[in-house]
Design a protein around this ligand. Structure first.
Ligand code: GLN
Length: 529
């Protein structure tokens, strides 16, 4: 075990907390220092709340001391996240705290209550370090649509971390925190996890309550964990999952304890693969896919086969329609969800006064929303208009059913999980996809269908291509998160000896430079070329 606390896994921190060799305050301080030191270079945090984090850390230390006095049973009753630092995407409500959703229109807004998952994390004893940068209202795949500036990828400061949960992925990759939370509507957890070389899961729709989360597209949005390894990500999902009366779409399905029982031993983890059946969807090797990314995926498949599993090619014939259908459904729901930002109920501090009430709205929304958000509102409003509703929205919902049936058919054959690329490319340079919205939308071609079908998917690191991380996506039937994490942990086991496993993000040292360029300056310099 290393002496640098930020280099430990969360499950190692949990052991150290219990044996008393480290305190929650030590952990918070070490991570806060790294975050504060490198945020100029990364811009991954929108706020770092040192006083609140230290107060929470001290409270968990006190609870730990009390448990120690009460004996082993009391220690064992503490959640594995007790005393562990966590970062929250800035669309998750924390009572009294900011919640910008990456938008100007919510600048100055304070959340009146805690999100359900925040209550759950508090109960588990997690320590919140701050809120992370994101694409405005979670629309985007590069974090370049944040009103608060772009985020640099710790592997190459001139590239994007992915999006929309770019900040949450970057802070975990940079060891500013072992754990963070994001949301995934079409890929926003898995794609940045892939681009930053970490683990990120989008759970089954309904697994996690959305109460207190800024809504983008309500029938697609799910919250999920980021971590640097499968065990930590599974423990974080365990803490946040489960039925909540305040979100009628959260399912009354018990949270499986298997999420806390992934094997510690690499060999034991790898042995699970023997006799398992995986499907490799032909359609996920999309046009425009980087050949070297494809090579890493095929090598990963070989690793899985060598461990005793079978990987058979399968077909999900409606995959190609996923993108088109998503860009009807998601903007339609977004146009309705974003109607509430009128400068009256939310975002009063950004309210503009004009000639009359309607003019107030127009001015406030015109100034408060960025170009991508306006594009989505226009697309969505159009698709829902009388006369177009059947042609677009209803049609897209039918396509959605076809996409779901493709998955159902494959899983009905007894396939345990699908293996696929997460993203067709590695991290791209600032500005590379800004001129053409459709090229940005294509970043999620391999992740969107999973949201359309409501299924769980996890992205795990599977190697490097030209020095940048590649993500392998595992997709399973509804409620199969324990199986997906088992498979993810098994893949860690079979690749335990790979050299890329120990590699730290290349540009982390550069991020220490307190006088170096900010991500916004790097992006501007590229744009000027
Ligand atoms: N990139 C996709 C979009 O912009 C997905 C975003 C997300 O998952 N929140 O809609």
């Amino acid at each position: 075990m290393t002496t640098d606390l930020t280099r430990q896994a969360a499950h190692e921190m949990a052991l150290a907390l219990r044996d008393g060799s480290v305190s929650a305050r030590d952990l918070a301080v070490a991570h806060l220092e790294a975050a504060e030191r490198q945020n100029r270079a990364l811009n991954a945090w929108l706020t770092i709340d040192r006083p609140a984090a230290l107060a929470q850390a001290d409270a968990t230390d006190a609870r730990l001391a009390a448990a120690r006095r009460d004996g082993p049973a009391a220690i064992a009753a503490l959640h594995p996240l007790h005393g562990i630092p966590v970062a929250l995407k800035d669309l998750i409500s924390v009572e009294g705290g900011q919640c910008t959703a990456g938008s100007r229109i919510l600048e100055g807004y304070r959340s009146p209550y805690d999100a359900h998952i925040v209550e759950r994390l508090r109960a588990a004893g997690a320590v919140f370090l701050g809120k992370t940068n994101m694409d405005e209202f979670a629309m985007g795949s590069s974090n370049e649509y944040s009103a608060y500036g772009p985020v640099s990828n710790p592997w190459d400061l001139n590239t994007v971390p992915g999006g929309s949960s770019g900040g949450s992925a970057a802070v975990v990759a940079a060891h500013h925190t072992p754990l963070s939370l994001g949301t995934d509507t079409g890929g926003s957890i898995r794609q940045p996890a892939a681009l930053c070389g970490i683990v990120g899961m989008k759970p089954t729709y309904g697994r996690v309550s959305r109460y207190g989360i800024v809504a983008f597209a309500s029938s697609l949005d799910q919250l999920g964990p980021f971590a640097r390894n499968a065990r930590d990500a599974a423990a974080l999902l365990h803490a946040i999952a489960g039925r909540d009366e305040r979100d009628s779409t959260s399912a009354p399905i018990p949270v499986p304890d298997e999420l806390l029982q992934l094997p510690a031993s690499d060999d034991e983890a790898a042995a699970w693969l023997r006799g398992k059946r995986f499907g490799l969807p032909r359609e996920y090797f999309v046009a425009g896919m980087d050949p070297d990314v494809e090579r890493r995926i095929r090598e990963s498949v070989a690793f899985i086969e060598d461990a005793g599993a079978t990987v058979e090619e399968v077909s999900l014939p409606h995959t190609d329609y996923g993108l088109a259908a998503y860009y009807i459904v998601a903007p339609a729901e977004a146009s309705a969800n974003l109607a509430r930002y009128d400068g009256v109920r939310f975002g009063q501090s950004r309210r503009l006064e004009a000639a009359d009430f309607i003019a107030d709205y127009l001015a406030t929304r015109g100034e408060g929303f960025g170009a991508e958000v306006k594009r989505r509102i226009m697309l969505g409003t159009y698709a829902l208009s009388a006369g177009y509703y059947d042609a677009f929205y209803v049609k897209a919902q039918k396509v959605r059913t076809l996409i779901k049936r493709d998955f159902d058919r494959v899983f009905a054959t007894g396939i345990d999980a699908l293996v696929a690329p997460t993203s067709p490319t590695v991290a791209f340079r600032f500005g590379a996809r800004l001129a053409d919205p459709v090229s940005m939308y294509l970043s999620d071609a391999c992740t969107l269908p999973v949201n359309m079908a409501g299924l769980p998917g996890v992205s795990i690191p599977c190697g490097l291509s030209e020095g940048l991380p590649v993500g392998l996506q595992l997709i399973g039937p509804a409620w199969s998160e324990p199986v997906l994490f088992r498979a993810a942990r098994a893949f860690e086991g079979v690749t335990a000896a790979a050299t890329w496993r120990d590699q730290e993000p290349t540009d982390l040292g550069l991020a220490d430079d307190a006088s170096g360029p900010t991500p916004a300056q790097r992006a501007a310099a590229r744009a000027a070329r």
